[in-house]
Design a binder for this molecule. Sequence first.
Ligand code: E4P
Length: 216
Amino acid sequence: MALYVDSPWIEEVEQAVEWGVVEGVTTNPALLAKVETPNNKTLSGLSRALQHKGLVFYQPTAETNEARLQQIHAMNREVGMGLLGVKLPCNPAHLKLAKSLLESNYVVGMTAVFSPGQVALACAVGAQYVLPYVNRSTRLLGDGPELIRQMRTVIDSMGSQTQIIAASIKSPEEAYDTLAAGAHHLTLPFNVLKEMAQHPLTEQAIEDFAKAAKDK
Ligand code: E4P
């Protein structure tokens, strides 16, 4: 199981890497729009923050597959082959693009996934990852973790190597429910990661031990 941080902010990635808890970074167009720097600089900065040891996921936004391919190749030159993951919202045009990217040895994650059927097609095309949106599914469809359970059943029953990186997770509890439902990996906003790293009772215990300790 790997954790990814879902963030366009280099300081957040550096912090998470310092803690030793993340193996990669996911971004999306809305997150990248929150930072001032051009996307290629942001992506190469995120990769540097990962010490070039993990994947940085990028989602192209151009309107045609030809133009998306150009965006992806340009980003790949910035970040480096083997270090760029490509996120493509799961639809027919993007499945077609995924197939050609996979033939060129790109790492591909079909993203914004909301149904087990989409997962079956991502498996069929051979995508390494699917990124279902858990919290959005709970809000819009009813039960995000249950959807993850169904998706995992599809993957396992197809004997597929495709793995779930569950996204759109808003709390430590949701992260736990999602893992228990069968997600292989999680991508988490930094605030959720930070919340998972601490507990008020742990702080209390540290304080109590400090009071009780004797230097000898
Ligand atoms: C994942 O990679 C996405 O960036 C993210 O988790 C989307 O979820 P949200 O917009 O519902 O938070």
